[in-house]
Design a protein around this ligand. Structure first.
Ligand SMILES: *Cc1c(COP(=O)(O)O)cnc(C)c1O
Length: 373
C-alpha cells in the first residue's frame, strides 16, 4: 500500500467542477484585483476567526511582515519567537527591520512562557507565538506576559486555521493573526496566499494601504509600500473551499485520534490533546530516538514522512549574524533529531492510517524485545 504525505489532486477532484465554473465566470468578468470575491472571503474569514476584520495578502510571510511594519515595529526592536518554526516566523521579523529573538519550546513544540520571559529586554516590542502543528500556543500566558511588559502579540497562525484555545479561535488573541494559504496548509489557494485577522480598526486601515502601495485611494499615496494582495480569483476559489473546511478539519482530528489510539502502546512520544484546546493537526509529529532509521523503514514500505524541521532556525546560515550557538535551545535541538511527521490529510483512509501504524509497530518490536533481554 502506498501512503503519500499529501494528495492535493485528490482534494481538488471532489470540488473541481465548482472551481472550474468560478474560474470561467471570473475570466468573463475580468475582476482580478481587489474584487467582490475577495471582500466576501475576507468577511467570511473574519467571522470564522471571531475578529472584526480580515484582509487577504500575497502569502503568509507577507502577512507577518506587513503586520509588524503596520504596527510600527522597526529597526532596533526585538520580537520573540520560536526557533523550531518554519523559518518565515523569524525572517519576517528581520524583513520588518527588527531583530528576531528566540525562546525555547516545550515538549508540545510550543513557546515556553518561562523562556519567553527570560528573553525579554528593554528593546522587546512583540511576542510571536507560533501555533505550530495546528496546536494553539499557551495564549493565557502569552497575553499575560504581553500585558505585563506592554508588548504586542503577533500570532503566527500559518498552520492553525480553525484551531481553538479555550473555545476561542486562534488569530483573535493578538493584535493580529497571520495565516498562510500555501497549498500545503489546512486551507489553501491554488498558488500562494495569506490572510491577516485583526479587530483593531486603525491597524486594519493601515494594513489595507500597506498591502496596496500605500494608496489611500486610487490616486493618492500616503506612504511607499508593497504590492501584496490576494488575487480575487484565489479568493473566489477559497469561498468554495471554506464550505469544506469544517469537514476537512474534523477529518484531520479523526486521523490524529486514530494514530494516537494505535500508537499509544509504543514508547514513541505522540501528540496529546488538552481539554482546553482544539488542535487542527496541520502535522502529526511523533518523536522517536531512531528517527532516521524509522523514516527509512517507512520509505521502504512506501510510506512518505517528513521532518518539520530538521535544522532549527537559530542554526541556519541566514541566522548567523544573530550570534546563536548549538546548545542555546536544547528542547528544540533535541526535538529536531527525533521528530517525524506522519501523513495527515483529509483524504487519507483508515486503511492507510492502520498500515502506517502497523509498519511503525513492526519497526519498533525488535527493539523492544532487545531491551528486555
Ligand atoms: C507556512 C508558514 C509560514 C509562511 O507562509 P507562506 O505562505 O509560505 O509565506 C510562516 N509560518 C509558519 C509557521 C508556516 O508554517
Amino acid at each position: 500500500m502506498k501512503v503519500p504525505f499529501v494528495n492535493l489532486g485528490l482534494q481538488h477532484r471532489l470540488i473541481k467542477d465548482e472551481l472550474l465554473d468560478i474560474v470561467s465566470g471570473l475570466l468573463d468578468s475580468g475582476q482580478f484585483i481587489l474584487g467582490d470575491d475577495l471582500a466576501t472571503f475576507e468577511k467570511s474569514f473574519a467571522y470564522l476567526c471571531g475578529t472584526k476584520y480580515a484582509l487577504g495578502v500575497a502569502n503568509g510571510t507577507d502577512a507577518l511582515f506587513l503586520s509588524m511594519i503596520a504596527m510600527g515595529i522597526q529597526q532596533g526592536d526585538e520580537v520573540i519567537t520560536a526557533p523550531n518554526s518554519f523559518l518565515a516566523s523569524a525572517s519576517s521579523i528581520h524583513l520588518a527591520g527588527a531583530t528576531p529573538v528566540f525562546a525555547d519550546v516545550k515538549e508540545d513544540f510550543l513557546l515556553d512562557p518561562d523562556k519567553v520571559r527570560k528573553a525579554i529586554t528593554p528593546r522587546t516590542r512583540a511576542i510571536m507565538p507560533v501555533h505550530l502543528t495546528g496546536r494553539p500556543a499557551d495564549m493565557d500566558a502569552m497575553i499575560e506576559i504581553a500585558r505585563e511588559y506592554n508588548l504586542a502579540v503577533v500570532e503566527d497562525c500559518a498552520q492553525a486555521v480553525c484551531a481553538e484555545y479555550k473555545g476561542r479561535p486562534v488569530g483573535s488573541f493578538g493584535e493580529v493573526g497571520c495565516f498562510s494559504l500555501h497549498p500545503l496548509k489546512n486551507l489553501s489557494v491554488c498558488g500562494d496566499g495569506g490572510v491577516i485577522t485583526t479587530s483593531n480598526e486603525a491597524l486594519y486601515h493601515k494594513l489595507l494601504k500597506a498591502r496596496n502601495h500605500g494608496l489611500k485611494n486610487r490616486d493618492e499615496c500616503e506612504f511607499w509600500s508593497f504590492n501584496s494582495r490576494l488575487d480575487n480569483l484565489q479568493a473566489a476559489l477559497l469561498n468554495v473551499k471554506l464550505k469544506k473546511l469544517p469537514e476537512w478539519t474534523a477529518r484531520r482530528r479523526e486521523i490524529a485520534s486514530r494514530y494516537v489510539e494505535r500508537l499509544s502502546d509504543t514508547n514513541l512520544v505522540i501528540p496529546v490533546d488538552k481539554p482546553s484546546e482544539k488542535a487542527v493537526y496541520h502535522t502529526f509529529i511523533i518523536q522517536c530516538e531512531r528517527r532516521d532509521e524509522l523514516k527509512n523503514f517507512l520509505a521502504e514500505h512506501e510510506i512518505d514522512s517528513k521532518i518539520h524541521y530538521p535544522l532549527p532556525i537559530h542554526l541556519q546560515e541566514a541566522a548567523k549574524y544573530l550570534g546563536y550557538r548549538k546548545g542555546d535551545f536544547p528542547v528544540t535541538e533535541k526535538q529536531s533529531k527525533t521528530i517525524l511527521s506522519l501523513p495527515v490529510f483529509p483524504e487519507l483512509t483508515n486503511e492507510q492510517i492502520d498500515y502506517v501504524c502497523d509498519t511503525i509497530n513492526e519497526f519498533l518490536i525488535p527493539y523492544s524485545t532487545q531491551n528486555l533481554e
